[in-house]
Design a protein around this ligand. Structure first.
Ligand code: MN
Length: 337
């Protein structure tokens, strides 16, 4: 570890992948999660709804004192809120479309109550791409939300597929970023993660699923059609930064750029859930200081630890300022403190 070790206690921290849940979401999941079968998202939710996860569930549902108290304790200035995975994407199209609207209204109200503490990403229901495109427009222009979140696949389909084109068109036209957040791979392909100590969820399954989603956008030419579209990935880029050399070496297709050039120009990566200075330095070296943003992954990981990780990161001060807050202000068009 080198130099600068600037444990600046006053550095502004904007956390960009911070989960919340809504009563109507939980009530819609509850009957489904009572009989989860082999659906990995329902198995996950049946755990969340058990007494062991009471603290997580309480913190997901809270946008008031407990959340703000934990932010204050750790010196987090602002959270960029988003509905927890897999959001509305687990429901039928009608339910999902109306729940996206209703919960986006609630997010906008939470931001309006605490405009210096919260920003939020809009949920959409890709199940109905035309309605999803309309909701992006409404959320960005009327509700003043700061971007869109999509929890990876929708019924086994990915955003590069032609039916989702209206969603990408709307995001590109408004210049609004899409945060591709993990969920488990679609069933039954997800069964490859089975085992006595299975690999579902955030230990591994989330990240291969989301990395595949990002690579599909690249190799299927999305960024040649939408050259300015910005995709945000959590978890230090879902392993893409690690593979840049090899993805270019093995690339045989025809695009305007090499795969790694799209990673460096069309993606912004957050630190969510990976409080590891070596990985941060690696991503900083590969992507540069303008394409990294701080995140905690509240309430699933520890806010204090993430804040300490960010404040003590062994990078130059001006780069830390970008990663801790300035890049988020640019990408999500947040009010600058
Ligand atoms: Mn998360």
């Amino acid at each position: 570890m080198t130099a600068a070790l600037a444990a600046n206690p006053t550095r502004r921290l904007v956390a960009t992948e911070e989960a919340c849940a809504f009563a109507e979401q939980v009530e819609a999941i509850r009957p489904l999660a009572a009989h989860p079968g082999e659906d990995p998202d329902l198995v996950m939710w049946s755990r969340f709804l058990s007494p062991n996860y009471a603290t997580v569930m309480r913190r997901l549902l809270d946008l008031e004192d407990e959340r703000i108290g934990i932010m204050d304790q750790a010196g987090i200035d602002m959270q960029v809120l988003s509905m927890t995975s897999p959001g509305v994407q687990m429901f039928d199209a009608g339910t999902a479309t109306s729940m996206a609207r209703s919960t986006n209204d609630q997010l906008a109200a939470a931001v309006a109550r605490r405009p210096t503490r919260y920003a939020a990403l809009a949920s959409i229901a890709p199940q109905d791409p035309e309605e999803a495109a309309k909701e992006i427009e409404r959320a960005v222009t009327r509700l003043k939300l700061s971007g869109v979140i999509v929890n990876s696949h929708t019924r086994g389909q990915y955003l590069d597929e032609p039916r989702f084109r209206p969603i990408l068109e709307a995001a590109a036209a408004l210049g609004t970023p899409i945060y591709i957040h993990p969920r488990n791979p679609p069933f039954p392909a997800s069964k490859v993660l089975d085992g006595p100590y299975n690999l579902y969820g955030a230990i591994w399954g989330f990240h291969v699923e989301t990395g595949i989603h990002a690579m599909r956008l690249i190799v299927n030419g999305v960024f040649d059609v939408f050259p300015d579209l910005q995709i945000v990935l959590g978890h230090m880029g879902e392993a893409l930064p690690f593979w840049l050399y090899r993805m270019d070496y093995m690339w045989r297709g025809r695009l305007k750029r090499t795969p790694s050039e799209y990673v460096k120009n069309n993606f912004v990566v957050t630190t969510s859930g990976v409080n590891d200075h070596a990985v941060l330095q690696f991503c900083h070296g590969v992507l540069g200081a303008d394409r990294l943003m701080f995140a905690v992954d509240y309430p699933y990981q520890e806010t204090m630890e993430a804040a300490r990780f960010m404040r003590t990161a062994p990078l130059p001060d001006p780069d830390l300022d970008k990663i801790a807050s300035r890049n988020a202000e640019r990408v999500f068009r947040l009010p600058r403190a």
